[in-house]
Design a protein around this ligand. Structure first.
Ligand code: ATP
Ligand code: MG
Length: 419
C-alpha cells in the first residue's frame, strides 16, 4: 500500500497502489478534474484557518486578497536563502508549509482509501534548480513528508515516472524520449523501456531546466501589460527634470508573487510616492497603486494565464481584467506570444539536444516521444519537438496525471531493474 505524489509547482496529483491496482485519487472537489489539486495554500487571518488547493483560491478571492496566499512553493525549495515566512506573529518554515499541504492531501487521500497509508513515492524534477541547492530541496521535501505522517519515503524523477506510466502499453523494448513541460520546470528522460516482466529497463539520459509555464505567463505581462501600470508615462525628478517611468521599477510586477510583496518594499514605495506627485498620467499610476495596495497581482496573472491557455487553441486571445479602475483589454496574437517565449523555447530545444548527446544517442533512435505537463500544449513547443522527431510518433495523453500514475508503477519493480 503506497501513494505516488506528484507535487507540482502549479498542480498536485496523488495515486494509490493497493498492491493490485493503481488508481488516481479524486482529492479535489472540482467536478471537471477531481484528481488535480492546485498546489496552493491560504491562511485566512480572521478565523486563523488554513485552506488548501481549490479552496485556497476561492477563500483568498472571497476575502479580497487579505490573509496570506502561497503559490509555487516548490520553486523555493532549492533556495537556502528562503527559510520560511512570518504569518502574523508566527514563523512558518518552508518545510512546515509543505508539511501542512502534505498533511491535507494525505488526509483527503486516506479518507478515500479508508486507510492510514504511511508509504509514499514523491516525484522530483531532474534539477530543482541548477544554480541553487538541489540536495537541500529533496531533503526539505523528505522532512515535510515525514512530519506529515509518512514513514517510508522515496523519490523518483518526474520524467521517469511519466515514462513508467507507458509500461503497460508496450509489447517490446522501446526507446522512450519523455519531455515534461510543467509550471516551474521542463524535464526530459530517455529510457530503454522493457515491457512488464521482461528484465531491466535502462535509463539512458536525464536532464532538466527551470523553465515552465510561470515564465511564459510572466512574459505576457512583461511585454504587453506594463503600459497599464505606468510604463510609457513620465514624471519629474527631484531636479524637476522630466524622466521616463523606468521599466526596472516594474520588474516585480512581472512576477505576481513578488507583486504581492511590493507594498513592503520601502524603495519602491517611496519611488511610487514621488511618481504619483509629478506623473504625466495619474490614471496609470492609480492603477499601479491599486495593484500594489489591493494585491491584485494574482488575479491579473490568472487573467493572463487564461489568455495564454486560449492561445494554445486560438490564433489570438484577449487578456481581460476590469476591476478597481484597472481596465485591461489587450489582444495578444499567438505569433506574438511565440516571439515572447522564443528564448525559453530555444533553451528547451538545446536541453533536448544535450540530453541526447549525454546518452550518445540520435533522435532517430527513439521509438516513442511522450509529451506531458500542462505547458506541453503550447503549439510552438509541440512543433519544436515534432520537428526533431519527424518520423517518430509523439504521444500526448494524460498530461496532468502520468507522473503520479507512474510513481506508483515505479514501485512495482522492474525485476532486477536499474530504476
Ligand atoms: N492548454 C495550455 N496551454 C498552455 N499552457 C497550459 C495549458 N494548460 C496548462 N498550461 C500551463 O501548464 C502549467 C501547469 O502544468 P503542470 O500541472 O504540468 O505543472 P506542474 O506539474 O504543477 O509543475 P512542475 O512539474 O513544473 O513542478 C501552468 O503554467 C499552466 O498555465
Ligand atoms: Mg509536473
Amino acid at each position: 500500500m503506497k501513494y505516488g505524489l506528484d507535487f507540482g509547482t502549479s498542480n498536485s496529483t496523488i495515486s494509490f497502489d493497493d498492491g493490485i491496482n493503481i488508481t488516481l485519487l479524486p482529492v479535489e472537489k472540482s467536478l471537471n478534474t477531481p484528481e488535480i489539486m492546485p498546489s496552493l495554500l491560504y491562511f485566512e487571518d480572521i478565523e486563523k484557518k488554513w485552506y488548501f488547493g481549490h479552496d485556497a483560491f476561492i477563500e483568498y478571492k472571497e476575502n479580497g486578497g487579505d490573509g496570506r496566499f502561497i503559490q509555487s512553493i516548490k520553486k523555493l525549495l532549492a533556495d537556502n536563502m528562503y527559510t520560511g515566512t512570518h504569518i502574523g506573529f508566527k514563523f512558518y518554515s518552508l518545510e512546515k508549509l509543505i508539511e501542512l499541504y502534505f498533511r491535507e492531501i494525505k488526509k483527503r487521500a486516506d479518507k478515500i482509501v479508508q486507510k492510514n497509508v504511511k508509504a509514499i513515492t514523491i516525484g522530483r524534477p531532474v534539477y530543482f534548480s541548477r544554480n541553487l541547492n538541489d540536495g537541500l530541496a529533496e531533503k526539505r521535501l523528505q522532512t515535510a513528508a515525514s512530519r506529515a505522517g509518512f514513514e517510508e519515503i522515496d523519490f523518483v524523477l518526474e520524467p521517469l515516472a511519466a515514462t513508467y506510466a507507458l509500461k503497460k502499453q508496450i509489447a517490446e523494448p522501446t526507446n522512450v524520449f519523455t519531455i515534461d513541460i510543467g509550471g516551474g520546470t521542463t524535464d526530459v528522460s530517455i529510457v530503454s523501456l522493457m515491457p512488464n516482466g521482461n528484465g531491466s529497463s535502462r535509463i539512458l539520459s536525464t536532464h532538466g531546466i527551470s523553465v515552465g509555464g510561470i515564465d511564459f505567463t510572466s512574459q505576457i505581462m512583461n511585454n504587453r501589460l506594463l503600459k497599464y501600470f505606468g510604463l510609457g508615462t513620465t514624471y519629474k525628478s527631484i531636479f524637476n527634470q522630466k524622466m521616463p517611468f523606468p521599466k526596472y521599477a516594474l520588474r516585480h510586477i512581472t512576477d505576481w508573487y513578488n507583486s504581492l510583496k511590493m507594498v513592503h518594499n520601502q524603495q519602491f514605495m517611496s519611488f511610487l510616492k514621488e511618481v504619483k506627485r509629478t506623473t504625466s498620467d495619474p490614471e496609470k499610476i492609480k492603477c499601479l497603486e491599486e495593484l500594489v495596495y489591493e494585491k491584485l497581482g494574482l488575479e491579473i496573472f490568472i487573467a493572463i494565464e487564461t489568455a495564454k491557455i486560449a492561445l494554445s487553441e486560438d490564433m489570438e486571445a484577449y487578456v481581460e481584467y476590469r476591476q478597481n479602475g484597472i481596465d485591461i483589454q489587450e489582444l495578444v496574437k499567438r505569433i506574438e506570444f511565440e516571439h515572447y517565449i522564443a528564448s525559453y523555447a530555444n533553451e528547451i530545444s538545446e536541453m533536448m539536444d544535450e540530453s541526447l548527446n549525454q546518452g550518445e544517442l540520435d533522435y532517430d533512435q527513439m521509438d516513442i516521444v511522450l509529451m506531458v505537463g500542462g505547458s506541453s500544449k503550447i503549439p510552438l513547443l509541440k512543433k519544436i519537438i515534432e520537428d526533431k522527431f519527424p518520423t517518430i510518433p509523439v504521444i500526448q495523453t494524460n498530461i496532468y496525471s502520468s507522473v503520479a500514475y507512474g510513481l506508483s508503477v515505479a514501485d512495482h519493480p522492474f525485476q532486477g531493474s536499474t530504476f
